[in-house]
Design a protein around this ligand. Sequence first.
Ligand SMILES: CCCCCCCCCC/C=C\CC(=O)SCCNC(=O)CCNC(=O)[C@H](O)C(C)(C)COP(=O)(O)OP(=O)(O)OC[C@H]1O[C@@H](n2cnc3c(N)ncnc32)[C@H](O)[C@@H]1OP(=O)(O)O
Length: 390
Amino acid sequence: MVSVTWTVASFSLSPLQVSSFLVQQMHMSQTAMRASHKDFETAVNQMKLLKKDPGNEMKLKLYALYKQATEGPCNMPKPGVLDLISKAKWDSWNALGSLPKETARQNYVELVSSLSSSESSSQGKPGADSKQPGYETLVVTSEDGITKIMLNRPTKKNAITTQMYQDIVLALEAAGKDDSTITVLTGNGDYYCSGNDLNNFTDIPPGGIEEQAKNNAILLRNFVGCFIDFPKPLVAAVNGPAVGISVTLLGLFDIVYASDRATFHTPFTHLGQSPEGCSSYTFPKIMGPAKAAEMLIFGKKLTAREACAQGLVTEVFPDSTFQKEVWTRLKAYSKLPPNAMRTSKQLIRNVEREKLHATNSEEISALQGRWRSEECTNAVMNFLSRKVKL
Ligand SMILES: CCCCCCCCCC/C=C\CC(=O)SCCNC(=O)CCNC(=O)[C@H](O)C(C)(C)COP(=O)(O)OP(=O)(O)OC[C@H]1O[C@@H](n2cnc3c(N)ncnc32)[C@H](O)[C@@H]1OP(=O)(O)O
């Protein structure tokens, strides 16, 4: 029986999670028709035909339901703590308690049916099991355990509009919950991102500049907050020059791969503004206060190699092989045990999560003042009237 002999190579499913899943399953089954023995046999055979590995958590759930359905409650001796695989299976089965055999049968049938239908609905879409609709200037795809969020406004150097800030938040929220193991942000075209779209400042609401500053503050707090709280490994694939907020956010990524064509530029002073994206905290921590000041106060532009030497970038690749090398590497990493990766990421970030949220708030308060200033208004107007390019 396939469901019994599966190897569970790695997992971190707690009995509590298993039980809560099963409570849901029990609830489902109370309202559903009871599955016959024949339905159950069909489901067991259907499992053998699945092309996609459903993942260890799902295999454990199926294993437990199969055992419960065929043998009843678990009465085997508990395996030793070092026998991880047998213990995971035992935990999962034991967590079903006295769930009746027929309910377990029903739950097994429903679970297999949901796996088969999600597999058949993703067939016939090669390469793009993948593309998620609904974003105007983002392309979001999910493949090989990697969710890729690509900024897609190449003619405007991927400058971030108000709508894009909101869409990135939605895409990150979805990526945080989907079954991918790694999330990647990248840009389409020759730029990674030219930062905040300066036209955002021309969209003045009826309440005037005050209301605009308040709206911007809410939007920005939420946007940066999503990066602070993102639960999985977050990778930036910096395919070209990066400006402004797209650079400052890099301090909140776990890994930053850059093309050797990329540059890193935070011209806040030139724009009459001040740092955001928690860079006033992360940059001095990453590169030391003296180097951070040169970037954040004087707007010094770094090459990819300089950014790597200062710890902002993990590794630099030749532009000609950038895509191939980065994706090959990420595909290999995406096969690592996902829960272990999440746990490690969270341990690294949790230490300073509160500090990051506090920094985000402080930076936004300072920016609200800057946005109302003459220095900022003139700089934005100069760019928009094409008098100045950075
Ligand atoms: C409710 C509203 C919410 C508002 C947002 C709230 C929060 C904001 C908080 C963050 C604040 C600031 C952080 C920053 O990101 S500061 C940095 C801002 N970025 C810039 O100042 C870059 C400006 N762009 C340039 O200097 C140059 O375009 C370039 C990037 C150096 C590229 O030069 P290029 O010669 O190679 O190409 P160019 O012809 O200039 O660009 C092609 C077209 O793209 C347009 N474009 C590029 N970048 C931006 C941008 N940031 N904003 C708007 N438009 C941009 C450029 O205008 C060209 O358009 P067109 O072809 O002329 O129509």
